[in-house]
Design a protein around this ligand. Structure first.
Ligand code: BTN
Length: 340
């Protein structure tokens, strides 16, 4: 019954350890050693060895004399198999590249992009040693959060690439509400925040050829289960766990995000702009209808944010009702009293 497994589209024999695990998962109560021996045709010693190996991998398995074994909890890893339990996509994450540790998922995804990896390839890790943020900053990436990049090969012109970041921010806000029932907002263009603190960051990088995109890499960091933040960022950053008080199932969060992202991204590709998504995006926009400080080189101006347009530009209005459109990357937008 538990003989084969499909990973990366390739069918392979399950190891005895995987078979035992599947058997324990299929039962909510204790499974006796005798039953495992009979069902899998293995010896008691082999079961004991494999149960110990599972325990060493972080599975909590209770062993009780005369009752057998019961799986109490699984380790919190976001490897391929766990993500696939929640995945419902047609083409995103058909290929998953996972390693416990990486320098940066964006760096690895770009290498895969150069090597011809397919559209939708997902690169994911538990921690990054050289995580990259926007504007050349680093993205500190301890264990417990989500760090991943999606390799995309959109057939669109270069000037449209920055909109992928806004599509991702919208998909993140929607996913966090759906899976954790947490209300978040978007600080234009792409920071996802809760209670005024940043939860997610997005860095989109692309390789272009004259007017067209060879590939784009959208890299996302979600502060998921991090509880302590360094002094210098603790007033500006938070995690879903801190905001909800609950430990987050990262595989579920990530799988759901990929499902939502695929739908939104396809809507974006339909028109090659944000016209289908802008109404929903504007509902999440934290500064909508509020005064913001627009910081451009040495100059600071106070204007009212109205919403984004179909190109992802922020529409702002001065006191005389005069409107203008701000392009992301050219200016910084701050609330009047700090980050938001
Ligand atoms: C920001 O500065 O707000 C963007 C941060 C983006 C961080 C993510 S984590 C996964 C991916 N890999 C990276 O090196 N950076 C992005």
């Amino acid at each position: 019954m538990f003989l084969s497994i499909v990973l990366s589209g390739i069918q392979r024999e399950m190891s005895m350890k995987e078979e035992i695990l599947e058997l324990l998962k299929a039962h909510s109560d204790y499974v006796s050693g005798q039953d495992i021996c009979e069902q899998l045709g293995v010896s008691r010693t082999a079961i004991w060895k494999n149960i110990n190996a599972l325990k060493n991998e972080g599975y909590h398995i209770d062993s009780v004399n005369n009752r057998g074994y019961k799986l109490l909890s699984e380790p919190d890893v976001i490897e391929e198999k766990r993500i696939r339990e929640y995945l419902n996509t047609r083409w995103i994450a058909k290929n998953i590249w996972y390693q416990t540790e990486m320098d940066s998922t964006n760096t690895q995804a770009k290498k895969l992009g150069e090597d011809g990896a397919s559209n939708g390839t997902l690169v994911i890790t538990e921690r990054q040693t050289a995580g990259k943020g926007r504007r050349g900053k680093s993205w500190v990436s301890p264990m417990g959060n989500c760090y991943f990049s999606i390799l995309l090969r959109p057939e669109i012109s270069v000037d449209r690439a920055s909109m992928i970041t806004l599509v991702s921010a919208l998909a993140l806000a929607k996913t966090i509400k759906e899976t954790e029932d947490l209300d978040t907002m978007i600080k234009w263009p792409n920071d996802v925040i809760a209670n005024g603190k940043k939860l997610c960051g997005i860095l989109t990088e692309s390789s272009t050829d004259l007017e067209y995109i060879n590939y784009a890499v959208v890299g996302i960091g979600i502060n998921t289960n991090q509880v302590d933040f360094p002094e210098e960022i603790k007033d500006m950053a938070s995690s879903i766990r801190r905001e909800t008080g609950k430990e987050i199932n990262r595989a579920k969060l990530l799988g759901t995000f990929l499902n939502v992202f695929e739908v939104y991204y396809e809507k974006f590709l339909e028109t090659e702009d944000l016209s289908i998504l802008l109404e929903e995006y504007n509902c999440f926009l934290v500064n909508c209808g509020k005064e913001v400080k627009i910081i451009e080189k040495e100059q600071e101006r106070i204007l009212t944010a109205i919403g984004i347009d179909s190109q992802g530009r922020l529409i702002v209005e001065d006191k005389n009702g005069q409107r203008e459109k701000i392009i992301s990357g050219e200016v910084s937008v701050r609330g009047l009293y700090g980050y938001v």
